[in-house]
Design a protein around this ligand. Sequence first.
Ligand code: FAD
Length: 393
Amino acid sequence: MPAIKFRGVDFIQYDSLLTDEERLVRDTTRQFIEDNLIPIIEECNRAGRFPRELVKPMADLGFFGASLKGYGCAGMGNVEYGLMTQELERGDSGVRSFVSVQSGLVMYPIYEFGSDEQKQTWLPAMQKGEKLGCFGLTEPDFGSNPGGMRTRAKKVGKEYVLNGEKMWITSGSIADVAIIWAKVENEDDMIRGFLVETNRPGFKADDIHGKWSLRASVTSGLSLQDVHIPESNLLTKTGGLKSPLMCLNQARYGIAWGALGAAMSCYDTALQYSLLRKQWRDQPIASHQLVQDKLAWMISEITKAQLLVLQVGRLKDAGKVEHQHISMAKRNNVWMALECARMSRDILGANGVADDYPIMRHMMNLESVKTYEGTHDVHSLIIGQSVTGIDAF
Ligand SMILES: Cc1cc2nc3c(=O)[nH]c(=O)nc-3n(C[C@H](O)[C@H](O)[C@H](O)COP(=O)(O)OP(=O)(O)OC[C@H]3O[C@@H](n4cnc5c(N)ncnc54)[C@H](O)[C@@H]3O)c2cc1C
């Protein structure tokens, strides 16, 4: 079977809804992924290796903090940013996760909640990929309900002292700085964000091994034992759970687009394969009605998902997006992508379980994507709360 090369997915002249700049960002990212990630991703996935060699080239293309303005950042519109994450995840969810964390979960909170000094110290270096970041919210006992967190910060003189455990932290052991969310003892346990340099005494990051998902992304547990940081490391504008949730909204928006990329990769692989693979009377399997039904389902759902994220992106550009809009896009598109991965895997038969094709890797990655940044069901509750006014958590 000849190698299958991604051709893009556009059933309803979707491209005509995009500006020239938006198409340029998508096409540039697509080419970068084709040239740099596709040739190595299966090896990275097998080895459980994050392709760190791509950090600098990604920085050079403006992928980090891409939607922020100033500090060397690209200042992309939200649809451009979304199309970039779509193409990154068409390559691999792990690489897209790295970019989402660096941009939406570390640079964004510094940009939004940080002092001028914090911004000058971190943002240009992070944009260039010289410094990497991670976001520590989840704990061993608190995932969907982060408000229960046990990590504590105590003000002592001109310092804060941090103690606690964080779990499932993307890029934890490769980060230079961690955004740590903690309850401040002297402030009625209010949740606040802190910049913690990872070389401080008492800070430890240990990688989680044995993941069947996001194998090309580093995931770690963090331990903070009497970690002293100067008071100037507090992100002063943070206050309450709303602050980390604002960061998650940024990252969830990128995920909604990213999942679409994984779905497109699976669908296009299955479509091309079904036209090449012959069974029964020397006919391609694409000639069977049941195979066509799967392809029709996938192209319909991908097209609907494209329109959903595009509208959410346009609302975000207009400053009119609400968190429940982003929840709908994340929930729908990740579910849709997982269904596409399962159907595409089926169309490839036995070949579907091998890493000569990207489908099984996408399927396993998407299981994490379904869980992180608010699980599928948590987003159901957010949408339910929005339409009924009733909190069902
Ligand atoms: C690979 C990977 C990378 C990650 N990276 C990061 C990171 O960088 N930073 C970070 O802070 N976190 C990260 N996470 C953690 C992630 O955000 C959490 O796993 C997620 O919030 C879910 O928490 P949990 O795993 O503890 O599941 P739980 O909260 O224990 O949920 C388990 C199940 O219970 C369901 N459930 C929970 N509450 C309700 C309810 N009220 N009603 C109905 N059902 C409910 C959930 O939907 C889910 O199905 C990562 C996770 C993974 C897998």
